[in-house]
Design a protein around this ligand. Structure first.
Ligand code: ATP
Ligand code: MG
Ligand code: MG
Ligand code: MG
Length: 564
């Protein structure tokens, strides 16, 4: 690809609203352009990266036995009435009418449509198990679209849905998808963790989220490398990756008797709350119960509510919590939220946005509640005393670490609720009607691009993992007009690299070297080769890896060896 014939449009100026590094760099590099709140155009450059992600996702889905299809983004109201989600889904559901005044929504997810497809297509147990997937746009009317494509309103998701006769088979497929997800994020070159997520009120037996580790992540995840235990939990999310209750709507009615602004809390604690992800905590007098509370990026919107029914509590700093956790290396407990936690007004926790709950063997309880993402109001944690310890696995080794993560994938055993609600059944081996049990598996394809940048950048720009780079290599041509030998050498190398399967661009835009190198570093091309008059005369190429401190002069064979 000759960059003189491509549309590359880098910029120095970026809007003030871009806070996250990934958002800034995607704008600077010219990967995305904002159309309206939460709506982004992927430029030709951005699209190259997005397609890389899609390709790996597709390859691994195919390898896992999933079959690709494509469902409409616009979905009829009637289907959503059948599942009961037309009202329940809440404010994220974008509803619209056609000229006949019939109602539709722009799909935030596709359980209804796939179950409708399945009830028409599947008749016999012999067709099961089966897994369908698509890579399709979703629209969610997020309360606070922000961070560019990280939390957009229209975004690209890979969503898969599986149908099984029994739980054991669903479990098997769930394992297959779990492995496929791990391979996807490994191939993408990302540092990630798969963490247990609670299934909440909807039931189902298992749910995991895949998080790319990054300090800017909106979620808190807890894990112990010593034991391999990873417990994250954001409850409402876990409740239903694709069928969550209308948290934001419900929350409006929740009463919070005592509220403090974040500044109040900060003053009380003598804390400096300066950034997005500051945690504060409540510590119980009757045993150590605490809540990690994370603020929104606009901290003055945060309110802290009193915990009811838990006696006297005081606030603790994050340092205190970590110290406490560090002194109790046995924290390995499972996450068990739903039955034991209530919020004020006796609403099920299923209505909450996200939190982390766990317990260790000696009854140490930990609850983290986040708000500020989908919730206009604070959420109150009430009774977490009954959190029970024990359960599978703890071996007492390792210490709990709490890290920030970006949710890039979510797999979930749905059970039979959608099949039942929509009347989807197949004939079993005895000729009797059986309702299939379902799994659903989502990946935030467009979010991955931003998450990868959060993990892979420096002061000069993006430093793509090889698998995601728009091009693996770029040949920078210096002053080709002055010396035809330079243009020829660059042309030949450009052709040769592409011929060897190294996706290579040639920067023949005629920029000065400084500006050209700055652009290539900004857009994050892993391998840069400079062809100049001096190099041609000496029979060498100047080579530099994006992450290397220095450039080296290599002869052709060594160069090809290095990157070909
Ligand atoms: P979040 O907790 O970030 O709101 P979610 O739990 O609501 O995400 P799921 O319903 O689990 O999202 O959807 C599957 C995947 O789609 C998520 O793991 C995430 O990677 C991606 N995703 C969800 N919402 C958005 C969004 N607004 N913008 C970009 N990607 C998103
Ligand atoms: Mg979530
Ligand atoms: Mg969400
Ligand atoms: Mg989710």
């Amino acid at each position: 690809m000759r960059l003189s014939q491509f549309h590359l449009h880098t910029s120095k100026e970026i809007p003030a609203e871009a806070e996250l590094v990934s958002h800034k760099l995607m704008l600077k590099a010219g990967m995305i352009r904002k159309l309206a709140s939460g709506l982004y155009t992927w430029t030709p450059l951005g699209l190259r990266v997005l397609r890389k992600v899609e390709r790996i996702v597709r390859e691994e889905m195919d390898a896992a036995g999933a079959i690709e299809m494509l469902m409409p983004t616009v979905q009829p109201r009637e289907l959503w009435e059948e599942s009961g989600r037309w009202e329940k889904f809440g404010g994220q559901l974008l509803k619209m009418q056609d000229r006949k005044e019939a109602w539709y929504c722009y799909g935030p997810t596709h359980e209804e449509v796939i179950t409708d497809f399945a009830r028409n297509e599947l008749a016999s147990y012999k067709q099961l198990p089966i897994v369908f997937y698509q890579v399709q746009a979703k629209f969610r009317d997020e309360i606070r679209p922000r961070f560019g494509v990280m939390r957009a309103r229209e975004f690209l998701m890979k969503d898969a849905y599986s149908f099984h006769l029994d739980e054991a088979d669903l479990d098997r497929q769930y394992g297959v998808m779990h492995d496929a997800y791990s391979r996807i994020f490994t191939r993408l070159g990302l540092r990630f963790r798969a963490v247990f997520a609670d299934t909440g009120a909807i039931g189902g037996s298992a749910s995991h989220e895949f998080h790319v580790l990054a300090d800017s992540g909106e979620d808190a995840i807890a894990f112990s490398d010593g034991s391999g235990y990873a417990a994250n939990v954001e409850l409402a999310e876990a409740v239903a990756p694709h069928s969550r209750p209308a948290a934001s709507e419900d929350m409006r009615e929740v009463e919070t008797p005592v509220q403090k602004t974040c500044e109040d809390v900060a003053a009380l604690l003598g804390l400096e709350l300066s950034r997005t992800v500051k945690s504060i905590a409540l510590v119980g007098a009757d045993g150590f119960v605490l809540a990690l509370v994370r603020g929104d990026h606009t901290l003055n919107e945060i309110k802290l509510a009193k915990v009811e029914g838990l006696g006297e509590y005081r606030f603790a700093t994050e340092a205190e919590i970590l110290e406490h956790l560090g002194s109790r290396p046995g924290f390995l407990g499972p996450v068990r939220p739903a039955k034991t936690i209530r919020i004020i007004a006796d609403r099920s926790v299923a209505a909450m946005a996200d939190f982390v709950v766990g317990a260790n063997r000696d009854g140490f309880h930990l609850a983290g509640v986040n708000w500020g993402r989908d919730l206009p109001e604070p959420v109150v944690v009430a009774d977490i005393r009954n959190v029970s310890a024990g359960d599978p696995s703890p071996d007492g080794s390792g210490t709990l670490a709490i890290a920030r993560g970006i949710e890039v994938g979510h797999i979930f055993q749905l059970g039979r609720q959608y099949a039942q609600a929509l009347g989807c059944s197949v004939l079993d081996a005895n000729g009797k009607a059986a309702t299939p049990t379902m799994g659903c598996y989502g990946i935030g394809v467009s979010r991955i691009v931003a998450a990868a940048i959060e993990q892979n950048h420096d002061d000069n720009g993006i430093a793509w993992p090889e698998a995601m780079a728009p091009w693996q290599a770029v040949v920078c041509v210096i002053n080709p007009k002055k010396d035809p030998g330079v243009a020829e050498a660059a042309d030949a190398l450009h052709r040769e690299l592409n011929g060897r399967g190294v996706e290579t661009a040639m920067d023949d835009r005629g920029l000065r070297p400084g500006a050209m190198f700055a652009d290539m570093e900004l857009i994050g091309i892993p391998h840069r080769i400079v062809v100049s008059e001096r190099g041609v005369a000496a029979g060498t190429f100047e080579y530099r890896h994006r992450r290397a401190a220095e450039a080296e002069n290599l002869d052709r064979a060594t160069l090809l060896d290095r990157i070909g």
